[in-house]
Design a protein around this ligand. Structure first.
Ligand SMILES: [Fe+2]
Ligand SMILES: [Fe+2]
Length: 342
């Protein structure tokens, strides 16, 4: 692929019409949920919200979709949920690219011994059809890279490989962190803009929660209870500190855009994507702390429409149920592509 010719063409379009180089939809925590065959479904709006979002995404003419993990809920096995996930996509008529990251719920049933971690990883690869996508992936791996063809921008999809207990374990293999390090270095050398999609936020450091008084205990930790490091979680954090121009999109906490905790610039440009299945609100516990209110009101399915320009990326908060932008939850990230300025 001659990236320079593509870049020239893309820049011409950008300079003549002020149109974005490309547009994508950012969603997370779809949470298709058929626990016990649907008898114990927790995320009651998940399917309806996903169907609705695909319709709206088609209307907004997005070039592709990124989904930041927890596509399924997997409390009693994920296979039927994965089938329903594919069925909803097929029935929607959306035939564009969907690029999924593997969250903690993709492996949840392994925690209960219902199947193995390997089974869960295989389901993820199979039902997201990773083998059929134009991505760079090592055999058998659940993490991969996608290069946006008009700009050369790179999207890295990381994977919570090691199971559901995100807050109690080292979540990444040495191999995955070696791969991320190499990709971030290559991005620097080739002057590429790098987006990174990794499901779980960092406890007390990142987005989607109050940094000083976190309400959500399930976030990824850099150290265990005895203050011993989780080596690869810590390495992930340091890699981002060393590459602060990276744009990281996470999900996991489900926190609503209206709680105003969806952007930070440390350790890099970091965006939180609320749960498409219905957001969670942070409320006071009346003891000086915070707790999460998980009442599903059925009144929103939040995410972003993202317009990518030569010198900036605009994350426009949107409710996919009402097809309404949240004009006060729009985030502009100053970020240059490797394209030459028009
Ligand atoms: Fe989730
Ligand atoms: Fe999660």
């Amino acid at each position: 692929m001659d990236i320079s010719l593509l870049r020239e063409a893309a820049l011409l379009g950008d300079s003549m019409s002020n149109q974005p180089l490309y547009r994508f939809a950012a969603i997370s925590d779809i949470h298709i949920d058929l626990e016990n065959g649907g008898k114990n479904t927790y995320f009651i709006h998940a399917e309806e919200n996903f169907r609705h979002a695909l319709e709206i995404i088609k209307l907004h003419q997005c070039d592709f979709i990124i989904s930041a993990g927890d596509q399924v809920t997997n409390a009693s096995g994920a296979e039927e949920e994965w089938r329903r996930y594919r069925q909803i996509i097929d029935e929607s008529g959306y035939d564009g690219l969907i690029l999924e990251a593997m969250g903690n719920h993709e492996t949840r049933s392994a925690k209960y011994g219902l199947n193995s971690l390997d089974d869960c990883r295989r389901d993820f690869i199979r039902y997201t059809k990773l083998g059929e996508k134009s991505i760079a992936r090592q055999p058998g791996k659940t993490y991969y890279a996608y290069t946006e063809p008009n700009s050369g921008d790179v999207f890295l999809f990381l994977s919570l490989e090691n199971g559901v207990s995100t807050n109690e374990i080292d979540n990444f293999s040495d191999d995955q962190m070696d791969w991320v390090e190499q990709q971030l270095k290559a991005g620097d050398q080739d002057d590429r803009r790098v987006f990174l999609i990794q499901h779980a936020n960092l406890y007390g450091l990142g987005v989607g929660d109050d940094k000083n008084r976190p309400a959500y205990a399930g976030a990824l930790r850099t150290h265990d209870k005895n203050n011993q490091p989780f080596v690869n979680n810590l390495r992930f954090y340091h890699l981002l500190c060393n590459h602060p121009e990276t744009i990281w999109m996470s999900g996991h906490t489900h926190v609503d855009l209206r709680d105003r905790l969806n952007y930070t610039d440390h350790p890099c440009h970091t965006l939180h994507i609320p749960a498409l299945s219905g957001s969670t609100r942070i409320v006071s516990d009346h003891g000086g702390g915070h707790i999460l209110d998980r009442t599903f009101t059925g009144d929103n399915a939040q995410g972003y429409i993202v317009d990518v320009f030569y010198d900036r990326v605009i994350f426009k908060g949107i409710d996919f149920l009402s097809d309404t932008y949240y004009s006060d939850f729009t985030y502009t990230v100053e970020s240059r592509s490797g394209l030459q300025q028009p």
